[in-house]
Design a protein around this ligand. Structure first.
Ligand code: COA
Length: 186
């Protein structure tokens, strides 16, 4: 629905760039996930705050994937854009790419979806501006975020039902084929 308060995706698109130094926590010359998560959440925070003009907090993170390792000495770009707007919540998609400065090779190293809530001066959730979708990718991402939300809600309900039905005495037999053993007297 057209609204003069709506903001285009491009208004808040954010990239945070950082050189991965040996001082960054790393194992075997590879950067550990914690550093990437911090970079991703910084980009999500900046993007969400640009869109809403309010400080935003993370309420949940979905589908985080680290697909390739990042080496010390590479540049990391954490790219964030608004994918979806609810009422007070907005979903920021973050894509991480690393660049080898010598070879110029760019790798997709990770991605994830941050649901952020805009807070007002009193610290209460406040309405976020709607989104102006500027191209086919923006439409696809908005629709994908709607689908992810729906599937997550459905999954939550199904999971709650499943765990309510767990009967340790009955279900212990399911562990027979699993890679675990009972390490105490049962
Ligand atoms: C985020 C927070 C303000 C939500 O407060 P609340 O009283 O639960 O508010 P509401 O129930 O009205 O939910 C607000 C929005 O968040 C969404 N939301 C709540 N829990 C959610 C979850 N687990 N996943 C996705 N969205 C969620 C709601 O659907 C609602 O969206 P909408 O307004 O677009 O419809 C509150 O939980 C909070 O402050 N959490 C701590 C955040 C934080 O410290 N993060 C880490 C540091 S950034």
């Amino acid at each position: 629905m057209a609204d003069s308060n709506n903001k285009p995706v491009s208004h808040s698109r954010t990239t945070i760039t950082e050189l991965m130094l040996p001082t960054h926590p790393n194992i075997d010359n590879k950067i550990i996930g914690e550093v990437l998560l911090a970079l991703m959440s910084k980009a999500a925070f900046a993007c969400a705050t640009r869109h809403t003009s309010n400080f935003c907090v993370i309420v949940s993170i979905d589908d985080i994937e680290f697909v390739q390792p990042i080496e010390v000495g590479e540049i990391v770009n954490s790219k964030a854009s608004v994918n979806y707007v609810g009422n007070t919540s907005i979903v920021i998609g973050v894509r991480v790419e690393s660049e080898n400065l010598k070879s110029g090779l760019v790798k997709h190293t990770g991605s994830g979806y941050f649901t952020m809530v805009a807070k007002n001066e009193e610290g209460r959730p406040t309405s976020a501006p709607g989104l102006v979708l500027e191209n086919e990718d923006d439409i696809r991402r908005f629709l994908a975020a709607m689908a992810r939300k729906e599937v997550k809600l459905l999954g939550k309900v199904q999971f709650t039902e499943k765990i309510k039905k767990i009967n340790v005495f009955e279900d212990i037999k399911k562990l027979k084929k699993e890679r675990c053993e009972i390490g105490f007297e049962w």
